[in-house]
Design a protein around this ligand. Sequence first.
Ligand code: PLP
Length: 379
Amino acid sequence: MKFNTKTIHGGQQHDPAYGSVMPPIYQTSTYAQTTPGGHKGFEYSRTHNPTRKALEDSFASIENGKFGLAFGSGLAAIDAVVKLLQPGDEVISTNDLYGGTYRLFTKIFEGFGIKFHFIGMENADKISDYVNENTKLIWVETPTNPMMNIIDIKAVAAVSKKHNLLLAVDNTFATPYLQRPLDLGADIVMHSATKYLGGHSDVVMGALIVKDSELAERLYFIQNASGAVCGPQDSFLVLRGIKTLHIRMQRHCENGEAIAKYLQNHPKIEKVYWPGFEDHPNHEIAKSQMDGFGGMISFVTKGNDYDQAIKIVEKLKIFTLAESLGGVESLAGHPASMTHASIPKQEREKTGVVDSLIRLSVGIEDVDDLIADLEQAIG
Ligand SMILES: Cc1ncc(COP(=O)(O)O)c(C=O)c1O
């Protein structure tokens, strides 16, 4: 099956009870047993639920994995990955990453004795300098949030294989429509399914996808033992969202390109971060590992004025000023005061998250309306 077909049919079966084309929302916590242990494969909905199972099979299919796991949020999915580790273990992570991931790593897991090294991974060879006998996991986000850096997944996978480490890739920004990390050598793909997979800004959810059955067993154990699962209603909504992922992503990419080019030519804009530009430092890698450049764009205004950036985001009318991304509607955010406020100013500025940085999640509206909105807000 090719990708567009997989978004609709991958891992799906018509419901055996009445042949319903969409899986029913099995709104139940438990399942009748004829004798202790005599059930039809489902005994308690923290462990398994048929609607969640249909979604998890869809996750596995679209990412070219074998096993999918759905969680109550993207952070719950990341939490499950780090729980594969023990106190004393070390993680090498990209330094330009979602602020909540940074907060989970530093404020929760460092307290449990796990050590994190945050480094730039544009040059994968540098990673080996941080590997020692305690290193267990490499954490990659690409494109990075919000600076749109691109990390060469194949090159990082070569390092992880050489040192026998796990490689996890947060594929939230690209989605499997644009990039399939398991095919490039990653062991675990993670998503905030809240974003493009759900696609309609109505659900908070996380996903993990793996190929290896032993790794899957360990993660299913953590999913059940820690219990951060999503409910059947949310599973249904994300499954429905995935069915249009390919056509939404196509439009996100088209609109993203038009807006990136508009901003690049704007006299009041200093710099636009979008991997589709030929002068983007990792453009060639983006071209080789992605099938398009997506709808996420960041930009900095001339003069790097905090108040001016705030004024712009306040003036936007079609773009909504809001946290999050990846929905059908366009959103704008100010990372320094919103998504990345949990990262100390000194740390965030090292990666380019300066005071005037604005991040856009370009939606699938008419692009002329989006450009007119930016025009009136930037002035
Ligand atoms: C790249 C990335 N990873 C992970 C997360 C966390 O996901 P969630 O908000 O679903 O917990 C986010 C949320 O914005 C994100 O942007």
